[in-house]
Write a protein that binds this ligand. Sequence first.
Ligand code: COA
Length: 332
Amino acid sequence: MSGIEFLGTGSYVPEFVADNDKFSEILDTSDEWIFPRTGIKQRHIATDKPNYYMGAQAAKRALESAKFNPEDVNLIIVSTCTPDFFYPAMSCLIQKLIGAKNAACFDVNSACTGFITSMDIAQKFLDTGKYENVLIVSTEKLSNQTDYTDRASSILFGDAAGAVLIKRSDKTYTSFLGAEGDEFEALYCKVHYHPNCPWFGDIDEYYEHRFDTEGKQNYLVQDGKAVYKFAVNAMANAVKTAAEQIGLDISELDLVIPHQANLRIIEKAAENMGIPPEKLFTNIKHMGNVSSACIPVGLDEMFKAGKIKPSMKICFVGFGAGLTYGSIIMEV
Ligand code: COA
């Protein structure tokens, strides 16, 4: 099985900052409550830009960092659970904005696990030899789905985009993807339909009554405690399973970039795996949870800081709505 080489990375983080004090102005909450329980001090919100704009900026930056002609991109995979349209796919909008007219395009939605899923799909496409390079863009505008009257969920999320341009390599690569569909009620956001079809009867009662809280139909709904409990075990299991597949001891990993949902989840999972803090990347303090964009934004930050060196063994691990979870271990 072939591996993956990073040709370029990029990210886009909106200018507007909502710190914890801004939330105290609109909700009965405080920095004293939020920071110790989540590790979050602030998040960025795209107040005047659509999601595809953020994704296109991150993509352009990834191509620039690789000095790569957009017309040479073979495939664009966009991971997002906050698309601007039902269709077309966000990847088609981004293709237009960056001028990658020769690329095939499709989107992936495994929520916050989306970057890991997209990388794993891309690896399979590259492995066939038919595709030389793939642009992955993870772009998320959670502010579109956040219920800003719900203090238990709204304080977690922000907006951002990250992108990577990759090609095939002969370095080590392994992955693990999992899902627990039975747990889907722990975190979901319904699609909004206008009930204007003249032939509609009663919507399935289960669907209507179980998943409609009056006036909240279009918002992210979560059972924070259930997600928390799932996440700690899922992250540890995903990394252990991937490591076992290639006979790697977790202590041999040089860097772990986890999904940034809650600092306490990250630290507890890392502790369970025996990963020391100096090998653990976090930026949740200033970014909040930006869903599938967390990992590529973090990766871009680490590349820009010169902290990713050839032959390092790095691990991506995440979880999200679904509930989905997954990990990748690869040599850079
Ligand atoms: N400020 C002040 N009080 C708050 C609050 C806030 N922002 N959010 C919740 N509370 C209150 C609740 O109203 C509740 O009060 P009560 O006991 O008087 O009813 C109390 O704090 C406990 O609420 P609860 O929702 O049980 O808190 P928690 O300890 O589970 O922490 C989360 C909430 C969201 C921080 C935590 O559950 C979490 O991070 N879960 C994971 C969520 C996640 O990662 N989602 C994304 C996955 S990709």
